[in-house]
Design a protein. Structure first.
Length: 209
């Protein structure tokens, strides 16, 4: 699920193969179904700042990783002209709406100018890190690594310099097996994350034998 920056649209899709992209109005109106045309989409939708285009990624028919811009109003697909070394893992749009940074499995990143300029390499991440968001000044990104605690690191987009930022975990760690998927806003003043917990009950039986 993705919501446009102006709050007027939401995009969603069933995980079933060839299921359409569904654009829902957040106010009065009818939903719109957009055919994926056989595209193998394996990436959450990200609305661009214009509230109209959506960034999506997946595989070509030949199995090569690729990405597209989908026009939510016209239903047209435009391939993103870039060389993808591996499947995409995560992405975020800079606060000024000028750049999209996308990370790939293995840690490589690409910086995609949204005005149509040529992509260029971004900082290299650890292979298990995922982009959560840009910093408010657009100079850094926040990345996270799942585990028993969610470790969030701040990475300079230009230099790749890294520094610890924060860690997230439930206050009650009992039964927690994994903390995952962080969403950050306002430089970490607002955040959300998920975790899995497994609990067991112990019973004492009397007079069973």
């Amino acid at each position: 699920m993705a919501i446009s920056p102006d709050g007027r649209r939401a995009a969603s899709r069933s995980p079933e193969p060839n299921s359409p992209i569904v654009i829902y109005p957040t106010g009065p109106g009818q939903k719109k179904l957009i055919d994926v045309g056989g595209r193998d989409i394996a990436f959450p939708a990200i609305f661009l700042p214009d509230g109209k285009r959506i960034f999506l990624a997946g595989r070509e028919a030949e199995g090569n990783p690729t990405a597209w811009f989908l026009d939510a109003e016209e239903g047209s697909w435009t391939p993103v002209v870039a060389t993808w070394a591996a499947m995409l893992r995560s992405a975020a749009v800079s606060p000024d709406g000028s750049t999209l940074i996308a990370s790939m499995l293995g840690g490589a990143t690409l910086l995609l100018p949204l005005d149509g300029g040529a992509p260029k390499p971004g900082p290299t991440l650890d292979k298990d890190e995922t982009i959560a968001n840009y910093s408010s000044d657009g100079k850094s990104i926040f990345v996270y690594r799942p585990g028993l605690r969610l470790v969030i690191t701040k990475v300079d987009v230009e230099t790749g310099a890294r520094g610890p930022f924060m860690e997230l975990a439930p206050s009650d760690a009992g039964g927690v097996t994994r903390v995952f998927h962080a969403s950050l806003a306002l430089d970490g003043e607002a955040y959300a994350y998920g975790y899995s917990r497994v609990l067991s009950d112990l019973y004492i039986g009397d007079g069973l034998f």
